[in-house]
Design a protein around this ligand. Structure first.
Ligand code: SF4
Length: 325
C-alpha cells in the first residue's frame, strides 16, 4: 500500500510521526517533492481564489501525488491541543481536495484535541484501520510514532530546521549540521509552512545564515515559555499557531542577545495580519528592529533579498550605535 503525504502545511510539524506510523503498519510512504514553481502553478490552477498561498501550494503537492499512490493522507485538522483551534482553512481542505478529478482516495480522519488529548488515538486508530484490522499493531505503531515525534521536536528545539532534523532522524547525516559563522541573532517568526518551505520563503533561513545571522524560530522556544509570554496578552488567543508565534516573538523581544525580528506572513492570511500587527507594535515599543515580509505568488526574489540585506544593515548600524536608530 502506498500512502502519499503532501510536503505542505503541518507536514513541517507532524511528518516524522505520520511516516513512522504508516511504515510500522507496512505501508510505503511517498512524500511529494520540494515545492517548486511548477507545484505552485498547479495549486494556483485548481485552488479556489479565496484561500491563502500555503493552502494553494498544498493543492499542488496533493496533485503531484494523486496518481502515484493508493491513498493520500490528509487529516482534517480541527485542533491539535487542548482548548485551542487550528485555522479553519485546514478543516475544509479535505473537502476542497476531494472534488478534484482523478484524486486518490483520502485518509481524512478528524484530529480534534480541543476537549481531550486522548482523542488523538481515535483518529490514529481510524487511519490505521485503512491498512490493518490488528488493533495491537496499530497501538504499537502509534507509540513508536509518538517517540519519533518527540525526538523530532527535541531536534527543532536545538535549532535545527525541519529538513536538518529529518536528516538526523533518518540517519542521512552522521552529525548535526556544522555551525556557521555568526555575527547576529535574528528571530524569524511565521507559520512553519511559510518559513521552512524554501520555495515560499525564498530560502529565507539559509540566506540569513549565509549573511552571518543565527536564526531563532518559535519551534526553539519551550512550550511553557510560549504559554507564559502569550498569557501577557489582554485577551487569550485561541489559535495554536498564532499563540506560538506571539509567545515566541515576545520572548525573543525580551532577550538582549536577539538583534531583530523578521515576521513572515502569507498573502490572504487573516490570522497573520493580526499577529503581525501585534508583534510589530511590541517591537516598535521596544525599539527593536523589525521586518515584515508578506509573501504571495507574485513576490519577486530580488525584492525580498534587498529588504533582508537592508534590514541586516540596519541591525548592524543599531548595534554599532549609529545615531537615529
Ligand atoms: S493560518 Fe493563515 S496561512 Fe495558515 S492556513 Fe490559515 S489563512 Fe492560511
Amino acid at each position: 500500500m502506498r500512502i502519499g503525504i503532501p510536503r505542505a502545511l503541518l507536514y513541517y510539524y507532524y511528518y516524522p510521526m505520520w511516516k513512522v506510523f504508516f511504515e510500522e503498519l507496512g505501508a510505503e510512504v511517498v512524500l511529494s517533492s520540494q515545492s517548486t514553481k511548477g507545484i505552485l502553478a498547479q495549486g494556483l490552477k485548481y485552488a479556489v481564489d479565496e484561500v491563502c498561498l500555503p493552502v494553494k501550494l498544498s493543492y499542488g503537492h496533493v496533485l503531484e501525488l494523486a496518481e502515484q499512490v493508493d491513498f493520500i493522507f490528509l487529516p482534517r485538522l480541527v485542533s491539535v491541543e487542548h482548548r485551542k483551534y487550528i485555522c479553519p482553512k485546514f478543516l475544509g481542505l479535505p473537502d476542497m481536495i476531494r472534488r478534484l478529478d482523478k484524486m486518490a482516495p483520502l485518509i481524512d480522519v478528524n484530529v480534534n484535541l480541543y476537549r481531550k488529548n486522548v482523542d488523538l488515538y481515535k483518529a490514529v486508530k481510524k487511519a490505521g484501520s485503512c491498512l490493518t484490522g490488528n488493533k495491537l499493531k496499530i497501538w504499537k505503531a502509534y507509540h513508536r510514532s509518538i517517540v519519533a515525534l518527540q525526538k523530532y521536536f527535541r531536534l527543532l528545539q536545538l535549532g535545527l530546521i525541519p529538513e536538518e532534523a529529518l536528516a538526523v532522524l533518518e540517519n542521512r547525516v552522521k552529525n548535526e549540521p556544522l555551525p556557521y559563522p555568526v555575527e547576529l541573532n535574528i528571530a524569524v517568526i511565521g507559520h512553519p509552512y511559510n518559513i521552512y518551505d524554501s520555495y515560499i520563503s525564498m530560502n529565507l533561513i539559509k540566506r540569513l545564515r549565509s549573511m552571518g545571522a543565527a536564526v531563532y524560530t518559535a519551534e526553539q522556544v519551550p512550550e511553557k515559555i510560549i504559554k507564559r509570554y502569550a498569557a501577557r496578552l489582554p485577551k487569550k488567543l485561541f489559535w495554536t499557531l498564532g499563540q506560538r508565534m506571539l509567545g515566541a516573538a515576545s520572548h525573543y523581544l525580551d532577550r538582549p542577545d536577539i538583534s531583530g525580528i523578521v515576521h513572515v506572513a502569507a498573502f490572504g492570511c487573516g490570522p497573520d495580519s493580526m499577529t503581525g500587527d501585534l508583534i510589530e507594535r511590541q517591537a516598535r515599543a521596544m525599539n527593536a528592529p523589525f521586518l515584515n515580509l508578506t509573501l504571495d505568488e507574485h513576490t519577486g526574489e530580488a525584492g525580498v533579498l534587498t529588504r533582508i540585506e537592508a534590514f541586516l544593515d540596519m541591525v548592524r548600524w543599531k548595534q554599532a550605535g549609529v545615531v537615529g536608530l
